[in-house]
Design a protein around this ligand. Structure first.
Ligand SMILES: [Zn+2]
Length: 257
């Protein structure tokens, strides 16, 4: 499932391909997406990420909001056949952007453009003090908390494991047991892990591909996710795998307390 770095990768690539261009044609292949219309001759003035949502801002006061969910992908093509599982496309003067999605869970909505909501964003003006005041006394396990999209935007299972491994925090720790210093380490690592993953165009462990159909390269940067029984790069002891809240959770018993 695409997480923040994958969605940010798509947004950056879309920005370069689409800003300032007019939508020449809009075509829906899936009747679940019928509300998506009247884009002809609208100009794309911005592309931004809000959490894991891709927001394509048009010059008529509306935005196209795309959430890829499980298997959604965006694909840039020039003069090529409609790809399998295409659900929607918009045609620009020099190419086409397809929403491709075998399981049809991705959502595409058209909404009036609103200002960027930044409270849950961990980049920019994230306020650690406020975060600790709001969530620091909760009994929720820290890994579940940082994966909750109502708390923090964009972190899913892979990056939650990676962030906590580097921060030295056990994934099953209750939020209420963490100190301000612990939280600080978590968010420093979160920004570092996610920034790296964006620069590598995301993690292609299963089916993630970027706008041009290429794999990302961040899978080579992982220190614990998917590495059960491999040596921890920090201490040499084997990485453990447990199930926590139904998700495969990887961590190091020595490094994470
Ligand atoms: Zn270790």
């Amino acid at each position: 499932m695409p997480e923040l770095p994958e969605v940010e990768t798509l947004c950056r690539q879309l920005k370069r391909k689409t800003i300032g261009k007019k939508i020449i044609k809009n075509r829906v292949f899936d009747n679940k997406l019928t509300a998506v219309k009247n884009f002809k001759d609208k100009k794309i003035i911005n592309v931004e990420r809000r959490g894991k949502t891709i927001v394509i801002v048009l010059d008529d006061g509306r935005s196209i909001l795309i959430h890829l969910r499980m298997t959604g992908r965006l694909l840039w093509q020039i003069d090529a056949a409609v790809p399998k599982y295409a659900r929607w496309k918009m045609t620009l003067d020099d190419g086409e952007v397809f929403l491709v999605d075998p399981r049809r869970f991705a959502t595409l909505k058209v909404m009036p453009t609103t200002l960027k909501e930044s409270e849950r964003e961990i980049f920019g003006d994230f306020d650690l003090q406020k975060f600790v005041e709001r969530h620091g006394r909760r009994k929720t396990k820290v890994k579940s908390l940082i994966m909750d999209q109502n708390v923090v935007n964009g972190i899913g299972n892979i990056y939650a494991c990676e962030i906590l491994h580097r921060a030295g925090i056990h994934p099953a720790r209750e939020a209420a047991t963490l100190t301000k210093d612990d939280w600080n380490r978590i968010f420093v690592q979160a920004r570092s892990v996610l920034t790296k993953a964006i620069s590598k165009r995301g993690t292609s462990i299963s089916d993630w591909r970027d706008l041009y159909g290429r794999k990302g390269e961040n899978q080579n940067e992982l220190t614990c996710y998917g590495k059960a029984d491999n040596a921890c790069p920090f201490c040499g002891k084997p990485i453990c795998r447990v199930k926590q809240s139904g998700r495969g959770t990887y961590f190091c018993r020595t490094c994470q307390k």
